[in-house]
Ligand binder design. Structure first.
Ligand code: TYD
Length: 207
C-alpha cells in the first residue's frame, strides 16, 4: 500500500507572500523526489473555484459571516473530495495556499463566528484530516495591507480595516501557539529570500 502523502498549508494575512512561498515549498519537495500537488483555497478544483468566484464577489445584498463561512467550507469539501484526498491517498504531498486556519482567522477571529461552529464544521468536513505542517507567515497588518494594495488586489476581502486584520493575525498566532507540533510561525516582514530560508529551515527540521 502506498504511504499517505503529507498536507502542508501556508497561512497568514494579506500581502505576506504566501503564494510565492507555496511555490518554493513545492520546488523544495520536488527536489527531494516527492510528487507534489500545489493548490489553494478557497478554490483548487473546478467546483471550488466557482464557489471562490461567488464568495469573493461583491454582493449588493451583503454577505453574512454565516454565508461566507458555509461557502468557504463548501468549497473546501469539494476541494478535498476532488483533489486533496485523492492526491494524499496516491502518496503525493499537497501544498495548499490557505486552508482551514483561514476560516478560523477570518470568519472566526475577524468576523466573530463562534469557535464551536468552526470546530463543528471542521469535524464534519475534514474528519480527522489535519495538515502535517502549517507555515504561518506572520506580518504586521499595516505592511500587509500596503503590499496587497500595491499589487492592486481589490476583492472585497482586501478592503477590511486594520482592526480586522489585527484580529486575523492574532487568531493565526494564537492557533500556532496552541498547536506548535503542527504550526511554525515565519517572520514575513523581511525580504523574500529571508522568508524562504526560514521556511527551508523548518522544512528540513520537520519533514
Ligand atoms: P486571495 O486573493 O486568495 O487572498 P490571498 O492572496 O491573501 O491569499 O483571497 C482569498 C481571501 O479569502 C483572503 O482574503 C482570505 C479569505 N479566506 C477566508 O476568509 N476564509 C477562508 O477559509 C479562506 C480559505 C480564505
Amino acid at each position: 500500500m502506498t504511504d499517505y502523502g503529507r498536507l502542508i498549508t501556508l497561512e497568514g494575512g494579506e500581502g505576506a507572500g504566501k503564494s510565492t512561498q507555496a511555490r518554493h515549498v513545492r520546488d523544495w519537495l520536488v527536489a527531494r523526489g516527492r510528487k507534489v500537488t500545489l493548490t489553494r483555497e478557497p478554490g483548487g478544483s473546478p467546483l471550488a473555484e466557482k464557489i471562490r468566484e461567488v464568495v469573493l464577489q461583491d454582493w449588493a445584498e451583503g454577505v453574512s459571516p454565516q454565508t461566507e463561512l458555509l461557502l468557504m467550507f463548501a468549497a473546501r469539501a469539494a476541494h478535498l473530495q476532488a483533489l486533496i484526498e485523492p492526491a494524499l491517498a496516491a502518496g503525493q504531498d499537497v501544498v495548499c495556499d490557505r486552508f482551514v486556519d483561514s476560516s478560523y482567522a477570518y470568519q472566526g477571529g475577524g468576523k466573530g463566528v463562534a469557535e464551536t461552529h468552526l470546530q463543528a464544521l471542521e469535524r464534519f468536513v475534514l474528519g480527522d484530516l489535519k495538515p502535517t505542517l502549517t507555515l504561518v507567515l506572520d506580518l504586521d497588518p499595516a505592511s500587509g495591507l500596503q503590499r496587497a494594495r500595491q499589487r492592486g488586489e481589490v476583492n472585497r476581502f482586501e478592503e477590511h480595516d486594520l482592526a480586522f486584520a489585527l484580529r486575523v493575525r492574532n487568531t493565526f498566532l494564537a492557533r500556532a501557539a496552541r498547536d506548535p507540533g503542527r504550526c511554525a510561525v515565519i517572520d514575513a516582514g523581511v525580504g523574500i529570500d529571508q522568508v524562504r530560508s526560514q521556511i527551508e529551515t523548518v522544512l528540513e527540521q520537520r519533514l
